[in-house]
Design a protein around this ligand. Sequence first.
Ligand SMILES: Cc1ncc(COP(=O)(O)O)c(C=O)c1O
Length: 514
Amino acid sequence: MAFSKMRTALKNRMHSTLATPALAGGAREYALSLDTLSERWVLMDKMQSSPLALADQPPGAEPSARMQEAVSYARRWTDLIHTPSLSEGEAKAIIEESKSNFAEHVNRGWLDYRKSVTEAGDWAATEWTGSGAIFRDILGREYIDCLGGYGLLDLGWSHPEVIACLRAQLNRTTMPSQELLDPLRGVLARLMALITPGDIQYSFFCAAGTEAVEGAIKLAKLYTQKTAFIAALNAFHGKTMGSLSMMGKAAFREPAGMLYGGPVYHVPFGDADAVERQLEVCQQVGIGVAAVLMEPIQGEAGAIVPPDDFWPRLREMTRRYGVLLIADEVQTGMGRTGKLWGVDHWGVEPDILAVAKSLGGGVMPVSAFCSTEEIWQVMMYPNPFIHTNTTGGGPLACSAAIAAIHITLRDKLWEQAAAKGAYLIPKLEALAVTYPQVFERITGRGLLIGMHFRNPEVGYRVAAGLFRRGVLVAGTLISANTVRIEPPLVISYEQIDEVLNRLGDTVREASGLA
Ligand SMILES: Cc1ncc(COP(=O)(O)O)c(C=O)c1O
């Protein structure tokens, strides 16, 4: 019997035994009588060394040393979380502990890529707190955030109104019952219907962008009963199986091997003729295409803006071929590019829209896929539970998203993005003209901006130099050839000027002229 099955079987028997008071004291012996001796000893052995051991032990049993360590370590950290301030010694100890925890338990490889580790001097920058476009590490060093959590922090760090709303909701309830109607989920879905383009009316809530894209893909399949997708080269849609299949980069797709089982065709982003050719070919050979999935402006590819006729043509041809159009607004949505939605630049109404990141106000993980009443029929009938999750759309997530939407609309954050982008982009372009040996070009719209360098080495020098000067920028995930500038939309003009000053110094240094 497989170990997990064995454990479940024994656990069930022990638990049902323990539920009978007369038998509780003799539970182990009783369980023993139910299994073969050898099975039980293998099991007990594994239970002792398994991290689940404490949960699996009957009441009264001695916890293992590992479990005791876990209890005291968790206790120490719940205390630390409640501690308002730390001494320098404590802060430095936490830095070392964080490095070791990442190396031993999260991902050692990340440490080599993080400027916060490689460029911060003796003490790795360990994030601690922030407000607006400024954050501070645990030693109190201050940074201007021009990465914005890759689009997560449109509202800035810890927006006080989002936090206040979340706190109030925390005091009432935190997670959904799974049976009663949860009002905030309905409110958020209605808000999404009000603010999304076209006839979008229904929403499903989850946490990460990749879940929203997974849902969008599944919905397109359910509705069309077709299997193929058309996506873009260099596209980024997330890293779970379905969304990863749509990814336009071999570095992430290839190592995982076979992903989504249906056909996925990749075409150059911005090339409407190529999309149309692919639709035509699929029609000729009888391959049913469920949807065309694209980012309005490619984010991870380096803030790539398509030609102005691209999205309108996508809309027209997908209707003509009876194919759905999915806009992945995970990074572009909620005002980042100077419109509330990326597709608003071209007045396009997608059939399905995926959104995440700043929907949670930079405070809670919240994502959604949304669509029209017509398409949503397949989510409701015949099986309304065809797509569910347990934690998505919970009251805490929804309270943060409701507050985030309120602030975004009230303060017209997309207008701030447009104006600040219009201020910043020409200055970056001028810098690029002055230093052609450093820059290849500047791309982007609003506050989703790409600085494209001559090569990854010079890009890295710029990103690292900026970090040393207290400005955090976003390289694409595995290359510094393109570095994104993606600050909170609430960044001030003074802070933008300061970034430009420090960038000027950094570029002079990187070009060898400093
Ligand atoms: C356009 C786009 N789609 C999907 C995703 C995946 O989102 P997540 O990392 O939250 O899964 C991202 C992440 O950067 C993204 O930029």
